[in-house]
Ligand binder design. Structure first.
Ligand code: XMP
Length: 510
């Protein structure tokens, strides 16, 4: 079955994935594609509606991201947001101007009577973030909302089903933002709302079956939610033609491998093999401090380890990976800048001895992955596991990796995890871990001068890892963690707590 699609065209705005999320939450499948997607491909996708996102440009600059005007004549409903709205006005021969000042933040807005603002109060608060504005709307359009400082806060061509919003309905601070999307989806684009997790599962299982045929499948398990759900989904499709492999890259946390084996092999009865490749990984990583280089080496070693296993277990046709949507987008898809090279996307070597990758979760956000897992019957203890990055502790040791640093970090991290558990904070925090910095500083212990490592604690709350806030761990808990680490871990004489949100920082330090 093919889902209805809402195509979101990416003009480089920072809230683009949030738009996709909002739409999916309203029961319609949505995907983000580059603004440069050809008209032909767009027609082939046959979207129910198209959304132009915001973006940092001015529509009238020569280098600005733009799109063929034809897109507005396909008979497909279009919603432009911020830059997207200005683009509609510009393409339709309206006038867009640059203001002397930037308008940013909550504004009182008055809505006129129209389908897109149906069933919402005639005034409320909307969230603005722009410098350019629509000065004159194009012929055939009418103004549908205004604020004190922005005459054209919304406009539309009712006949053509084309709407532009200068404000951001996707942002939490816009009152009734969801209702505006709902009106657009159901009253203007006449979507049916067929995006449900059970449909996704049935659909994926069918696709995987059709793709794999009688072939064999290998899945790399990390013990994290993504690979567990991916493996379970593929298992549902191909049964025992799936072999799961846990590669011990020597960068796991304390006791991690044995815990994973006991949950998945003993508990869930999966065909799971443990491969110890720690020597190979650590040899290749020796002396490497650049984070992207580390990821590339790890990506290449993962594939080598899998190839070795497939030699042992016979020919393998497909490789399953638990790549999820934020990995795809953050690795430089579309117009967002490449932030990090995640090993499971950008870091794969070009030559791979497998027919193809199977990435069944590539279109899903983290909490959607958890929903799929729950529908598949996975226990909470697996679904609520905090995310652990594929490159493991390699990206939590700043600078080069040595056995000594690994064992220092493992001990400190285990103390942090233990204390978070004791304080009953496991579920409240999205991710919590220790980072071994390459800073050494002077301390004093038992009247002796020390010159040892500084360890950083990182704990964040998040919804989907796209943005995150530092967790407000109670001070007595932090105090206990710090005391225990200093007393119990060799070579650490200073503990600091990272109080940076994402953005501007990322969750991992590398
Ligand atoms: P950042 O550090 O980019 O992390 O804010 C977002 C989420 O992704 C995880 N992460 C990774 N996962 N391979 C992975 O499989 C990677 O290279 C990688 N880097 C970061 C990170 O732990 C967080 O949950």
């Amino acid at each position: 079955m093919k889902n209805e699609l809402i195509l979101v065209l990416d003009f480089g705005g920072q809230y683009n994935q949030l738009i996709v999320r909002r739409i999916r939450d309203l029961g319609v499948y949505s995907e983000l594609h580059p603004y440069s997607t050809s008209l032909d491909s767009i027609k082939k996708m046959n979207p129910k509606a198209i959304i132009f996102t915001g973006g940092p440009n001015s529509v009238f600059e020569e280098q600005s991201l733009t799109i063929s005007k034809e897109i507005l004549n396909l008979g497909i409903p279009v919603l432009g947001i911020c830059y997207g709205a200005q683009l509609i006005a510009f393409l339709e021969n309206g006038i867009v101007k640059t203001s002397k000042t930037r308008e940013y933040g909550g504004r009182n807005i008055t809505y006129m009577k129209s389908l897109i603002f149906d069933s919402i109060p005639s005034s409320g608060v909307c969230w603005m973030s722009h410098t350019d504005y629509v000065d004159q709307i194009p012929a055939g359009y009418q103004i549908l909302a205004s604020t004190d400082s922005c005459k054209v806060a919304a406009f539309g061509n009712i006949e053509k089903n084309i709407y532009g919003l200068q404000f951001h309905p996707e942002v939490f601070h816009t009152e009734n933002g969801n209702k505006i999307f709902e009106n657009f989806l159901y009253k203007i684009a006449h979507a049916q709302g067929d995006w449900k997790m059970q449909n996704f599962i049935d659909d994926s299982v069918e696709k995987i079956k059709a793709k794999v045929g009688s072939g064999s499948v290998l899945c790399g398990m990390s013990g994290g939610v993504d690979s567990a759900v991916a493996a379970t989904l593929v298992h549902k499709a191909v049964g025992d033609r799936l072999t799961c492999v846990l590669v011990d890259h020597g960068l796991m946390r304390k006791n991690e491998c044995s815990e994973i084996m006991s949950v998945f092999k003993d508990g869930l009865g999966m065909n799971l093999i443990l491969v110890d490749a720690s020597k190979e990984f650590l040899t290749d990583l020796k002396g490497v401090s650049d984070p992207d280089k580390k990821r590339k080496i790890i990506g290449a070693q993962f594939i080598k380890a899998f190839e070795k296993v497939s030699d042992k277990i016979g020919a393998v046709d497909y490789l399953v990976q638990g790549t999820i949507y934020p990995d795809v987008v953050e690795s430089g898809f579309g117009n967002s800048a490449a932030i990090k090279l995640h090993h499971n996307v950008g870091g794969l070597p070009d030559v791979m001895e497998f027919k193809e990758l199977i990435e069944p979760l590539r279109d899903l956000f983290k909490d959607e992955v958890r929903q799929v897992g729950a529908e598949l019957g996975l226990p909470n203890s697996i679904l609520m596991r905090q995310p652990f990055p594929g490159p493991g502790l390699a990206i939590r040791i700043i600078g080069d990796i040595t056995d000594e640093k690994l064992s220092i970090l493992r001990e400190a991290d285990a103390i942090l995890r233990e204390e978070i558990k004791i304080a009953n904070l496991e579920e409240a925090i999205w991710q919590y871990f220790a980072v071994l910095t390459n800073v050494r500083s002077i301390g004093v212990m038992g009247d002796m001068r020390t010159y040892d490592y500084m360890l950083a604690l990182r704990a964040v709350t998040s919804f989907d890892a796209m943005s995150a806030d530092w967790a407000r761990i109670p001070w007595p808990v932090l105090e206990k963690i710090s005391n225990r680490i200093i007393n119990e871990c060799r070579n650490i004489n200073r503990v600091v707590y990272d109080i940076t949100s994402k953005p501007p920082a990322t969750i991992e330090w590398e």
